[in-house]
Design a protein around this ligand. Structure first.
Ligand SMILES: *[C@@H]1O[C@H](CO)[C@@H](O)[C@H](O)[C@H]1NC(C)=O
Ligand SMILES: *[C@@H]1O[C@H](CO)[C@@H](O)[C@H](O)[C@H]1NC(C)=O
Ligand SMILES: *[C@@H]1O[C@H](CO)[C@@H](O)[C@H](O)[C@H]1NC(C)=O
Ligand SMILES: *[C@@H]1O[C@H](CO)[C@@H](O)[C@H](O)[C@H]1NC(C)=O
Ligand SMILES: *[C@@H]1O[C@H](CO)[C@@H](O)[C@H](O)[C@H]1NC(C)=O
Ligand SMILES: *[C@@H]1O[C@H](CO)[C@@H](O)[C@H](O)[C@H]1NC(C)=O
Ligand SMILES: *[C@@H]1O[C@H](CO)[C@@H](O)[C@H](O)[C@H]1NC(C)=O
Ligand SMILES: *[C@@H]1O[C@H](CO)[C@@H](O)[C@H](O)[C@H]1NC(C)=O
Length: 760
């Protein structure tokens, strides 16, 4: 029981919000693995063996026979036949198989001709009623009407499974799925014209192979992106209204590669492979490795698989992680992935704590209240574990606890010890506002760091501090809640693998989002929470990601022939930089203030203009090969992505920053004070148009753009422009500043963010 709790706690940290940097040690375990190796020489691990199918020796009639022979040769086992030992074979986004091997066997396998890579499978973790309207979607006009609500577009979710009976997956009014769709359902009786595919790649801890979601995460993300209209959805009356996905008529295919313990990379790759082979249009994957350094792309088997998906024309979107607000915490940073950060929307669940000295602290709560408030109650600090919350310490009192994934669980412990309430406080200065509501079982609320300082001051000035709760109104929506604000937990750039590609790409609503929930999981992260609900509120980049998947589905419906890079360009060049007060978007991490592109990327996704961006920055396979060459990848490393690649003939002239990306980065060092980048824009709107450039750069940097006017006669026309950046001075290493390059016509604005970095 204890270990299950620990596992749930770990998962929910990622799912629900707070980063736990120490988790990386549980994720990667390189040292443990070696230690284990020494004590149990025969112990095995799951490996993903990537092959270059073009190099299959001719004596093997099929790839499967080749793989079985490899396994039999390098990893003989008496007990089972080598073919039955293959856990998965991969044949669409890449070639290869998953198998359990010892460390030595894996090493021998990696030297076999035709094997392009052997990767130990690591564990990754999973990281709405009003959000579509908040993003500017309107039932009667614009993007929803133009795209017919995304009807027929298929979004594949790589996640924890789904709760098929949820009203969000009701298919009333939807026609049959397109005939080219190859997906199937593990249990056909669970599928319909909304849920059109359901495949299982991982077992639950008890061995059950079921599409059912034991966590809730997969149900929530699929409802957020593509849930049907459900009237009267709410969590205990909070946030009530019509629950509806961003693309309410898009179809859902669930590929279950995660269980309550996490997601094995060998299962994730199998799920990606199947989704692409089935024919999804979009892949949404709210899963990442938190708090660890990102490997180079050629050593990252999930990045390799997602490259294959992109090559097949599938738009892939991932959460950037909940490791903020520190620098370089963003994960899933390859340029063929669209990486999403989390921001608030204009909805809050206010609750107040009235201190004995008359101060009023405003927090948030999803307490299913049975009263409008409480009388004055004694406040005590507690560490809020089960052992700590005893009747002696807590009966009749309010426990003040640090916020972490266990706040609701702590409340349950407090309640069973006779506690009168819980105040969950934010202990990290990085997390100022953007507090997420929690579904407490007793009077309770969460306070931000700012309020926490006031509470501490009061509690230290008073021998017997007291406070009362007021739960006056349920849900407040509108301009009185400043939004969007980038959430403190949202992971930040710079990109730790390739600084020249700015990440995250953009932000989307990811705080306090209501969406469908599993009937087999509590509405909080608390294991002993026995409540079951149809809808719950969740926060994290996990929730931001499917918002962008939904918008991508709307774009795909209108522009079926666009490449994934064109879709990403449309999302980024039209993203909004201002909030609902018409001021620059602010950042609740690191002391507030204006959000830089390292936190907000290109801004908050804005579906109406994204449907009609005017110009796009496209990228094809050959551009990526040049990009890899610019990173000095060897031909062998490049063949992990593009098996037919030979050797680098040309590299991108300006280095990796010259990839035709919708944002730009100029890196300067003491030897290089000038950078020249070329970009190619493709006209995607029909009418002839003339675009003029406006740009800005920080003091001390000169920019020249050639030409300054681009004249387009018609659709699909491509034009190049060149930008020269010149730094007049060597600024201190690590210095980071920002500017922009905006192309505007009478009809369209195509805006790019530019980052300027100084290195040693
Ligand atoms: C949708 O647009 C119509 C027409 O402009 C407007 O009356 C309505 O208020 C809008 N709805 C929302 C939810 O913004
Ligand atoms: C789906 O929605 C329709 C219309 O609201 C309703 O009549 C039907 O019972 C629902 N189906 C299921 C399986 O809940
Ligand atoms: C809570 O307040 C509302 C009005 O604000 C009142 O109608 C209701 O009776 C109150 N409930 C309780 C339990 O006091
Ligand atoms: C919550 O986090 C704090 C600080 O990291 C820790 O001291 C405390 O034990 C945690 N609470 C629980 C219940 O795990
Ligand atoms: C893009 O830039 C133009 C000016 O070049 C500006 O008018 C417009 O507001 C910008 N759009 C966004 C979404 O920031
Ligand atoms: C690639 O190699 C060249 C030549 O050795 C070097 O100048 C460049 O800095 C290297 N680039 C990267 C990204 O390592
Ligand atoms: C644009 O630049 C690319 C290489 O960067 C070149 O291949 C292409 O011919 C150029 N196109 C035009 C229209 O100049
Ligand atoms: C250009 O676009 C950026 C964001 O992309 C925006 O912040 C800036 O205000 C725009 N420039 C002008 C002159 O409008």
């Amino acid at each position: 029981m204890a270990s299950t709790l620990a596992l749930l706690w770990r998962c929910s940290l990622i799912v629900l919000v707070l980063a736990q940097p120490t988790r990386s040690s549980t994720v990667q375990k390189p040292k443990d693995a070696i230690a284990e190796q020494k004590t149990h020489p025969s112990s095995s691990h799951t490996y993903i063996v990537q092959t270059n199918h073009l190099a299959k020796p001719s004596q093997f009639a099929t790839l499967d026979r080749w793989y079985s022979s490899m396994v039999a040769t390098h990893s003989p086992r008496a007990t089972s036949s080598s073919s039955s030992r293959l856990m998965h074979t991969y044949e669409t986004v890449m070639h290869g198989f998953a198998v359990r091997l010892t460390h030595d066997e894996a090493r021998r396998m990696s030297r076999t001709p035709g094997v392009s890579g052997v990767y130990e499978s690591r564990v990754r973790y999973t990281q709405t009623t009003r959000s579509p309207e908040f993003m500017g979607l309107n039932e009667t006009l614009g993007a929803w009407q133009d795209s017919n609500f995304g009807d027929g577009i298929i979004i594949g979710f790589i996640d924890t499974g789904i709760w098929p009976e949820s009203a969000s997956f009701n298919d009333t009014g939807l026609g049959p799925v397109r005939s080219s769709w190859k997906g199937t359902c593990a249990d056909a009786s669970l599928c319909n014209n909304k849920l059109v595919g359901a495949k299982v790649f991982t077992a639950e801890l008890d061995g059950a192979l079921t599409i059912r979601d034991k966590v809730g995460h997969g149900t929530h993300v699929s409802g957020t992106a593509a849930g049907a209209d459900v009237r009267g959805a709410s969590l205990f009356g909070f946030s009530s209204g019509t629950a509806r996905g961003v693309a309410p008529s898009a179809r859902i295919a669930m590929y279950k590669a995660c269980n309550t313990e996490g997601c094995g990379e060998h299962d994730l790759v199998a799920a990606i492979d199947a989704a692409v082979s089935d024919g999804v249009d979009v892949i949404s994957m709210s899963v990442g490795v938190e708090g660890s350094t990102n490997p180079q792309f050629y050593d990252d088997v999930v990045a390799i698989a997602m490259f294959g998906a992109d090559r097949s024309g599938v738009f892939v979107v991932l959460g950037g992680g909940n490791g903020g607000p520190g620098a370089s915490t963003v994960v899933n940073v390859a340029p063929w992935m669209t990486t999403v950060g989390a921001a608030t929307m204009d909805r809050a669940f206010p609750a107040t704590l009235n201190l004995g000295n008359g101060a009023v602290l405003r927090g948030q709560s999803l307490y299913a209240r049975k009263a409008n408030g409480t009388g004055m109650l004694p406040l005590v600090y507690a560490s809020c574990t089960a052992d700590d919350l005893t009747p002696d310490s807590i009966a009749g009192k309010v426990a003040v606890c640090d916020i972490n994934g266990t706040a609701v669980q702590s409340g349950i412990y407090a309640q069973s010890a006779g506690g009168a309430g819980i105040v969950a406080v934010d202990s990290t200065e990085g997390f100022r506002e953007a507090v997420h509501g929690q579904a407490f079982t007793l009077p309770g609320l969460t306070l931000s760091y700012r309020e926490r300082i006031q509470l501490d001051a009061y509690m230290s000035s008073e021998p017997y501090p007291v406070a009362s709760f007021v739960f006056s109104c349920d849900t407040v929506t509108g301009p009185e809640n400043l939004a969007p604000v980038v959430a403190g937990f949202s992971s930040r750039g710079p990109n730790s693998v390739v600084a020249e590609i700015m990440k995250p790409d953009l932000v989307a609503p990811g705080v306090n989002i209501l969406a469908a929930w599993s009937g087999d999981a509590p509405p909080s992260e608390a294991e002993t929470d026995a409540r079951r609900v149809e809808y719950t509120v969740m926060s994290g980049t996990s929730v931001a990601c499917p918002h962008v998947a939904g918008v991508a589905a709307l774009i795909k419906k209108v522009h079926g022939d666009w490449t994934p890079a064109m879709v990403r360009s449309a999302l980024m060049t039209t993203a909004r930089k201002s909030d609902n007060q018409m001021e620059a978007i602010t950042d609740s991490g690191l002391g507030g203030g204006r959000a830089t592109p390292l936190a907000a990327g290109a801004g908050i996704v804005d579906p109406p203009p994204a449907m009609d961006p005017g110009l796009v920055y496209d990228v094809g396979t050959l551009d990526y090969v040049e990009f890899f060459c610019s990173l000095n990848y060897t031909a062998k490393q490049i063949r992990r992505f593009v098996p037919e690649a030979t050797r680098c003939r040309s590299t991108l002239e300006g280095g990796a920053a010259n990839l035709n990306y919708p944002s730009l980065v100029a890196v300067f060092d003491s030897r290089t004070l000038a950078r020249t980048l070329t970009r190619t824009v493709t006209k995607v709107s029909a009418q002839p148009e003339t675009y003029n450039v406006i740009f800005a750069a920080p003091a001390g940097v000169d920019v020249s753009v050639t030409p300054t006017t681009l004249v387009f006669k018609g659709q699909n026309e491509k034009k190049n422009y060149t930008v020269e950046f010149r730094s007049q001075e060597v600024k201190p290493a690590g210095n980071l500043e920002f500017g922009y390059i905006n192309w505007s016509s009478d009809e369209h604005d195509v805006n790019s963010t530019v980052g300027f970095m100084w290195k040693d």
